[in-house]
Design a protein around this ligand. Structure first.
Ligand SMILES: NC(=O)C1=CN([C@@H]2O[C@H](COP(=O)(O)OP(=O)(O)OC[C@H]3O[C@@H](n4cnc5c(N)ncnc54)[C@H](O)[C@@H]3O)[C@@H](O)[C@H]2O)C=CC1
Ligand SMILES: O=C1O[C@H](COP(=O)(O)O)[C@@H](O)[C@H](O)[C@H]1O
Length: 264
């Protein structure tokens, strides 16, 4: 991707995982409703940042001018977020981003969806076994949404907005159902979180592929190559060329690297 890339929600956790490793790889434009301090811009100049809400149509369209791609992360990430917040920040904001991308000639949008778009597959009769290594239950991205909460509904809505804009405009769209991003180690003492762990470096590797690969409309899971898993990453590997390097099995249940524990 030679053209500039707009990263919305750049100041947040996922944005930082991406920027901290890919700052030098692209001509970034950063958008966030909060000013992004220099320490979180990773060398991207302040002149390439926009402080704006993603529901602001004019500001979003301006920020996207000349961009070839968008990574859309901005939104309310709380699984227990109330409806008024997800309606404005996640659904309205995502529609604004897709619409502006289609209008301004952006080629592709990578949309940050979530495990919570499909959280209700985790039924009482499947859990906790499905979180474990020896269970072969897999979601692969072809299943219908089954949201765990209203936040998950907003993410399923974003995926459908992406489908709509892909089918009716020239936009290519990949929806990444992100698992649980943590830095340095998988979520501690949390089976479900360890099954859907996305390390910082795999997060950057995956979104890098979202910018470089050719696709039409895709839904993929965004997790590391964990031994424990109930999300297939085959589609992300096949279509995007995703090559994860981390695995929560390399850590103890408490989150310590096993090689460090073994070496004691
Ligand atoms: N962190 C995780 O493990 C996961 C994150 N996601 C999704 O990834 C995206 C980013 O999540 P995080 O980085 O964890 O959240 P975060 O809260 O750390 O970052 C979100 C960023 O978006 C900005 N923002 C929020 N609403 C905005 C609006 N209306 N206009 C402009 N900027 C706005 C915030 O100021 C913040 O900098 C979210 O869409 C979230 O739903 C999905 C699954 C897992
Ligand atoms: O979508 C998201 O999912 C992760 C994992 O969910 P959790 O219910 O296991 O915490 C969450 O940490 C993140 O904030 C959210 O945006």
């Amino acid at each position: 991707m030679d053209d500039p890339v707009l990263l919305t929600g750049a100041g947040g956790r996922v944005g930082q995982a991406i920027l901290s490793q890919l700052a030098d790889e692209y001509d970034w434009r950063l958008l966030d409703r909060e000013p992004i301090p220099e320490t979180r811009r990773h060398g991207v100049p302040e002149s390439a940042t926009v402080v704006a809400d993603v529901t602001d149509e004019a500001a979003v369209a301006n920020a996207m001018a000349d961009c070839g791609a968008v990574i859309h992360l901005a939104g309310d990430p709380r699984p227990d977020a109330p409806w008024d917040s997800v309606l404005a920040n996640n659904i309205d904001g995502t529609q604004t981003v897709f619409s502006a991308a289609a209008d301004t000639g952006v080629e592709k949008v990578a949309f940050a969806s979530s495990n919570h778009a499909v959280g209700a597959y985790e039924t009482d009769d499947r859990t906790p076994e499905m979180y474990r290594t020896d269970d072969d239950y897999r979601l692969d991205g072809t299943e219908l949404p089954r949201p765990s909460n209203l936040y998950g509904v907003s993410k399923a809505s974003g995926e459908t907005l992406g489908r709509y804009y892909h089918d009716h405009t020239d936009l290519d769209v990949v929806c990444v159902r992100i698992g649980n991003l943590t830095e340095g180690h998988p979520p501690r003492e949390y089976e479900r979180g360890q099954a859907m762990w996305l390390s910082h470096r795999d997060c950057a590797r995956l979104f890098d592929r979202c910018l470089r690969a050719d696709y039409d409309y895709e839904i993929v899971y965004g997790i590391s190559d964990n031994d424990r898993k109930y999300y297939s990453i085959e589609r992300a590997k096949d279509v995007l060329g995703y090559e994860p390097v981390d695995n929560s099995a390399a850590y103890t249940f408490e989150g310590e690297p096993k090689d460090a524990v073994d070496g004691e």
